[in-house]
Design a protein around this ligand. Structure first.
Ligand code: RRO
Length: 301
């Protein structure tokens, strides 16, 4: 018998595959759909203090090996978020992603949303938002201050989502761990650009955006590997996971759970079931009885 359910952050997930914060998770219907299609949990689109419309179109450009997006943090603000989830109950863990410009803003959001969040993911890593994301999260001392402020503001578990746009991501992970984070997640998107050769200007209205999908997978895998080696807290792997083999690679590299975003856009909601079934078969065929047994096996020297 193979068990693919996991316990992480004190929460039970039916399997280690979560819908990533990104471009398919703005409303409860999408979270419920993800779970119906086989996701073990959901991370929401990042929520801030004030509502934001996001950037003008085009906000996404498709490339041969992934997407570049600059959505621009569209969200209904914390009040709108509370209105949006009113009346819903979710039979899967709901991790609410939050973003702010200061530790105080992050802490404020965590306090306001604690009743509806099973855990928080802190967006310290959006690659193209003025005053937010990686503009804050590239500095270990800022990561420390934000995590600490949120830990003081809520009893909910806290996950710090880290940027790969830095020389050594473990510096950020160690700062998050020192501040009391319950886990880190990596990676957010790689800062990137695409140019329209006929318009002779960048394709996206924001010009620069974040690259995700199969093209970033090896970079993400290396980040997870480095973090898992350096940290004692769990690492949640994100970045181009599209097949069950990708999922197994991330688990072997030390990820305790996985997030999937771009694959939903490129391949459809069926990726969750495809990957969890492949993972179950792999564990059975290789003689394992749980996901936990393979986490970090590739770290051994
Ligand atoms: O909304 C976005 O444009 C966005 C965010 Br918040 C993020 O964290 N990462 C990304 O690639 N896009």
């Amino acid at each position: 018998m193979v068990r693919i359910g996991i316990n992480l952050l004190g929460l039970n997930f039916e399997n280690p595959l979560l819908l990533a914060s990104g471009i398919n998770d703005k409303v409860p219907e999408q979270w419920i759909r993800a779970h119906e299609e086989g996701a073990g949990g959901v991370v929401t689109k990042s929520i801030g203090i004030e509502p934001r419309d996001g950037y003008d179109n085009p906000t996404i450009v498709e490339l041969p090996c992934g997407l570049i997006n600059a959505m621009g943090l569209p969200n209904p603000g914390w009040r709108g978020f509370l209105e949006m989830v009113e009346g819903y109950t979710f039979d899967f863990p709901l991790i609410v992603s939050i973003f702010g410009g200061t530790p105080e803003e992050f802490a404020f959001l965590a306090e306001k949303l604690s009743d509806v969040a099973d855990a928080f993911e802190l967006n310290l890593s959006c690659p193209h938002a003025k005053g937010y994301g990686m503009e804050i999260g590239q500095k270990p001392e800022n990561v420390y201050e934000v995590v600490k402020a949120v830990k003081d503001a809520t009893d909910r578990p806290v996950v710090a989502k880290l940027t790969p746009n830095i020389d050594d991501i473990t510096k950020l992970g160690l700062a998050a761990e020192k501040a009391g984070a319950d886990a880190v997640s990596a990676i957010n998107t790689l800062k990137a650009i695409a140019i329209d050769v006929y318009a002779k200007r960048p394709v996206l209205s924001n010009r620069v955006g974040g690259y995700s999908g199969p093209g970033v997978k090896p970079v993400a895998l290396r980040a997870v590997y480095d973090l898992a080696k350096a940290l004692d807290i769990p690492v949640i792997g994100i970045g181009g996971i599209t097949t069950w083999e990708d999922a197994v690679e991330f688990l072997l590299a030390g990820a305790s759970a996985l997030q999937i975003g771009t694959a939903v856009s490129l391949r459809g909601w069926g990726v969750f079931r495809e990957i969890s079934e492949g993972l179950r078969r792999y564990l059975r065929d290789e003689g394992f009885s749980s996901v936990e047994e393979i986490v970090g096996l590739a770290l051994e020297e």
